[in-house]
Design a protein around this ligand. Structure first.
Ligand code: ATP
Length: 289
């Protein structure tokens, strides 16, 4: 028996860090949405008691360190499953890019195994299990637009942004999320208008969304990776309505209303940045203008 799942990337419309908690995690507030750049996860039922993982991507581990492996192990142990699974990951999302690729693979594995092993777990329960694997996994279980609080695991779903185009550009370096959080000078943070962003989404207010894009982790990543700032400038010069770094970076995204403008930005970045994608946000059904 076999099933497959899409594991889409996320981008941050806001990312705020409020304080460092006594458990060493940071208390965050993030508005995130899902885009249609996705890994594909294939899950094959095995009779023997084993979790196998395969991927041709040389940047991710093919063993128990893989977040998809950890998702399968968690379900197997928690629900005392004697069967095994072979997990094949076709990677499309750049690794260590601020797009939650690993978290999304873990979330897709949870969703897929819930079906394959016929566990009957609710989405809320899956999201709670996801939080045991990583802070972004709960959000990725939903594949939607949401406000994430706590260390990222307290999810309130929101309406998707109005239909628009997203250009993603990933500089060649990867970024370690942990080291970015550790280097953040909390006293220098200018906080995003998270409530305003939530309202803009509820009102389907594209301009309101654009004017409130803000990520406090730029404070750390921008000085260390000058290419991130250069890409932001290039996108704005080529007509992006608004630009931001996603997560801990280094991926930058630009929002535009029209496809032709997205293509112009895409072309202006080719040669300057290795990985550039034109994508859409998932669940955006309203049209603009
Ligand atoms: P986030 O935005 O959640 O911080 P990210 O997009 O910056 O994540 P990932 O692509 O998830 O980063 O990769 C972070 C690290 O996780 C990498 O060092 C990678 O080796 C490891 N990893 C483990 N499993 C996976 C997976 N299935 N896909 C990608 N990376 C994985």
């Amino acid at each position: 028996m076999y099933t497959s799942e899409k594991a889409p990337a996320k981008i941050n419309l806001t990312l705020d860090v409020l304080y460092k908690r006594s458990d060493d995690f940071h208390e965050v507030e993030m508005v995130m949405t899902t885009v249609d750049l996705a890994d594909r996860i294939e899950l094959y039922l095995l009779d023997r008691d084993e979790i196998m993982i395969q991927s041709e991507n040389r940047f991710i581990p093919n063993d128990e360190r893989n977040l998809a492996f950890r998702a399968a192990k968690l379900l197997k142990e928690r629900f005392k499953i004697s069967a095994g699974v072979k997990i094949i990951i076709e990677k499309q999302i750049p690794v260590a890019a601020g797009l939650a690729g690993g978290s999304s693979d873990a979330a897709a594995t949870l969703r897929g195994l819930n079906r394959l092993w016929q566990l009957g777990i609710s989405t809320e329960q899956l999201a709670a299990l996801g939080a045991e694997i990583g802070s972004d996994v709960s959000f990725c279980v939903y594949n939607s637009t949401a406000l994430a609080k706590g260390r990222g695991e307290i999810i309130t779903e929101l309406p998707a942004p109005p239909s628009c185009w997203v250009v993603l550009a990933k500089p060649s370096q990867g970024v370690s999320t942990q080291s970015v959080y550790q280097s953040l000078p909390l006293d220098k943070v200018e906080h995003p208008d998270t409530i305003g962003m939530v309202e803009a989404l509820k009102n389907s207010d594209y301009d309101g969304i654009c004017s409130r894009l803000k990520n406090v982790l730029e404070l750390v990543t921008l000085p260390k990776h000058p290419q991130v700032q250069q890409i932001k400038q290039q996108m704005l010069q080529s007509g992006a309505d608004a630009v931001l770094m996603s997560g801990s970076g280094p991926t930058v995204f630009g929002l535009v209303k029209h496809e032709s403008r997205a293509v112009r930005i895409y072309n202006s970045l080719r040669g300057f940045c290795e990985e550039v994608y034109i994508v859409r946000m998932l669940g955006s059904h309203q049209t603009l203008d």
